[in-house]
Write a protein that binds this ligand. Structure first.
Ligand SMILES: *[C@@H]1O[C@H](CO)[C@@H](O)[C@H](O)[C@H]1NC(C)=O
Length: 210
């Protein structure tokens, strides 16, 4: 296309610019680091929280979720993805907005039926190359965003039984069964609380909510 004909389509150019700015990191590099992290052998049996977990119930003041989410090895795959979604990374970096992050552990992320950027509907509609090209990349980013957002509860403290919509819009709550917090719907167990900081908490969960 000649420059002159491009100028005849300012709307098309605006769309290209918007599409480009909505893509924070090329899909290829997201997939690459996801796969890299997924291949790493599981960590040893030692407790990786020992150095960073505050004494039970204590809140680290002045520290926010974005400061600590990258430090817990057992959720490295999920926390890596949170940085690729602007809305989520901005929120976790905002001291004035609380959140409870429900972070699936690395084992859950490795064993997902589909990668977080995949959706069976896309394969049904577009076939095996559903994520090729610019349109494919947009689809993948949309799915990835929905996956990550469905694990962010925009409330903290979050009370037992309180139904809340995640950033993706799915409604969740939790109940205590046999002393364990279970996220509902789906009975997904909260295995530990990795961090309590001034704008919320990071809970590690043994399943995925999307
Ligand atoms: C945000 O979280 C902090 C720390 O738990 C809490 O003291 C504060 O009341 C919360 N703010 C809101 C609006 O929920």
């Amino acid at each position: 296309m000649k420059p002159a004909s491009l100028l005849a389509y300012p709307a098309a150019i605006a769309c290209l610019v918007l599409a480009a700015s909505a893509v924070p990191r090329p899909l290829e590099s997201i997939i690459e680091s996801f796969n890299l992290l997924s291949q790493q052998s599981p960590l040893g049996k030692h407790n990786p929280f020992i150095n960073i977990m505050p004494p039970a119930g204590e809140v680290s003041t002045g520290v926010i979720i974005s400061d600590v989410i990258g430090k817990t090895q057992t959720i490295a795959i999920f926390s890596g993805l949170t940085r690729d979604i602007d809305l989520v990374s901005d929120r976790l970096d905002d001291a004035a907005k609380n959140a409870t992050v429900l972070a699936p552990d690395n084992g859950v992320m490795r064993n997902l039926k589909r990668k977080p950027w995949e959706d069976q509907d896309d394969y049904d509609s577009f076939g095996a190359n559903a994520y090729d090209g610019d349109a494919g990349e947009d689809r993948a980013h949309k799915n990835l965003r929905r996956f990550v957002e469905s694990h962010i509860v925009p409330e903290s403290p979050w009370a037992e039984g309180q139904k809340v919509k995640t950033l993706a819009g799915n409604e969740v709550w939790y109940e205590t069964k046999d002393g364990k917090k279970m996220i509902q719907p789906g009975d997904v167990e909260v295995t530990s609380i990795a961090d309590k900081v001034s704008n919320g908490e990071i809970w590690i969960i043994s399943g995925s909510l999307a």
